[in-house]
Design a protein around this ligand. Structure first.
Ligand SMILES: *Cc1c(COP(=O)(O)O)cnc(C)c1O
Length: 408
């Protein structure tokens, strides 16, 4: 696909020239491709919820408003960000393991935000606030399964965990929550693992969700309005990673979902797939400029204007167990013939974007594009560390570029 590559590189070079580096460039057509693929594979069963923390850029939240059903927010700040982009409160669900009373009050004040309560304490606090306000707040309860299959990059359950209510304690906790007068128990939520590139691990995990949901709803005799599945779909970050085939996942899990749907209790239940990185991760590129080159004791260093401070995840310090290079290329092409270590502007040896990366011979001023950078970028990075400028954020839509860097 040399044409596609050249068109992308023209876009990245233009973004760097017009808005400066380091910069993140988000390409809306790539997100649309993901939406189309998800809807065609899973639309029979699921609607989609976007987890804002993956990329809370305001322009993205606005663009997504007519394209996904709901947002998963995880803080009072994300609640404000979503509301500012025109998201109605009844299209928001609010997760987070340690919500403060002020955040619960903000959700209540915003309207019928579906609060995903993660503990009995939180349910009681929200109930008190709701009754004081003369309101009934819709809630889901987040459950923490006892088992997560192997094959996920990160686990939020299947072991001691701060997230949600452990299934071992669920029956008693759910009975108490269901009886609280200030809350309307709309359904349940599970997000137990993520960044899986193994279809069989994903479907096995969703089968666990179905079983946990069934057991909990039977026990309470609850007819749930909504059940949220934290999808866990991974994306390829490194050479050798293989992208997921959604149709394979749908073919495997489809019969189980059909059976579930055929049960009267779940016939009218809205099922939601909640995901972040799978939607936006591969639609973003991080562009950093080579400031200078250094030969040192047999190694070549390319020292760039944006490093770990602007892109923590690519430096391997955001949940990566074994450090591996993100996929990257030199903007403008060229034969990759030389190994180079890419570092950033920080005075710490942690600031390394790649080790022994095979690239074309580099010159000062060259641009490096790091792939799969659309999720967990600027807001997951220590941008204030050593006071370099925050990265620019650029939205590309129909070949047109727009500076969408949020104002501090
Ligand atoms: C972070 C998060 C997600 C999204 O995770 P991805 O790995 O980006 O898909 C979904 N649900 C909840 C509750 C989250 O906290």
């Amino acid at each position: 696909m040399p044409d596609r590559h050249e068109a992308l590189d023209r876009l990245l070079a233009e973004a760097a020239a017009r808005f400066g580096t380091p910069a993140y460039v988000y390409v809306t057509e790539a997100i649309q491709d993901r939406l189309d693929a998800l809807n065609s594979a899973f639309g029979r069963w699921f609607d989609l919820s976007y987890a804002v923390k993956a990329n809370p850029n305001p322009a993205l939240l606005s663009w997504l408003r007519d394209r996904v059903a709901t947002l998963d927010i995880s803080s009072g700040g994300e609640l404000a960000a979503a509301t500012a982009q025109g998201w109605a409160p009844d299209r928001l669900s609010f997760t987070g393991p340690a919500k403060r009373d002020s955040e619960l009050a903000a959700a209540l004040a915003a309207g019928p935000v579906e609060v995903v309560v993660e503990s009995l304490r939180e349910a009681r606090a929200l109930d008190r606030l709701a009754r004081d306000a003369g309101r009934v707040q819709p809630v889901l309860v987040r459950l923490s399964p006892a088992h997560v299959p192997r094959g996920f990059g990160d686990h939020m359950a299947g072991r001691p965990s701060p997230f949600g209510i452990d299934v071992e304690d669920a029956a008693a906790a759910l009975a108490e929550i269901a009886a609280l007068q200030g809350l309307a128990l709309n359904g349940l939520h599970i997000y137990s693992g993520t960044q899986s590139l193994k279809p069989e691990a994903i479907t096995e995990n969703w089968r666990i969700f179905l079983q946990v949901f069934r057991t909990a709803c039977d026990g309470l005799d609850l007819v749930p309005q909504r059940l949220i599945f934290g999808a866990g779909l991974g994306i390829p970050y490194h050479d050798g990673d293989t992208a997921l085939d959604l149709t394979e996942i749908a073919a495997d899990i489809g019969p189980d979902l059909d059976t579930f749907r055929a049960e009267p209790r779940f016939a009218a239940t809205r099922l939601t797939l909640e995901l972040g990185r799978f939607l936006v991760g591969e639609a973003g590129w991080f562009v950093t400029r080579v400031v200078t080159l250094k030969q040192s004791r047999g190694s070549t260093f390319a020292l760039c204007d944006g490093g770990m401070n602007a892109h923590l995840a690519a430096s391997g310090h955001f949940g990566m167990v074994i450090k591996r290079n993100y996929r990257m290329h030199r903007v403008g092409g060229g034969e990759p013939t030389a190994r180079v270590d890419l570092t950033g502007p920080l005075c710490t040896s942690l600031d390394r974007l790649g080790s022994g990366v095979l690239l074309p011979p580099l010159a000062e001023g060259d641009l490096i594009a790091i792939h799969a950078s659309g999720a967990y970028g600027p807001t997951a990075s220590p941008t204030g560390f050593i006071s370099h400028p925050a990265p620019r954020e650029v939205l590309a839509e129909g070949g047109q570029l727009r500076d969408v860097t949020p104002r501090p």
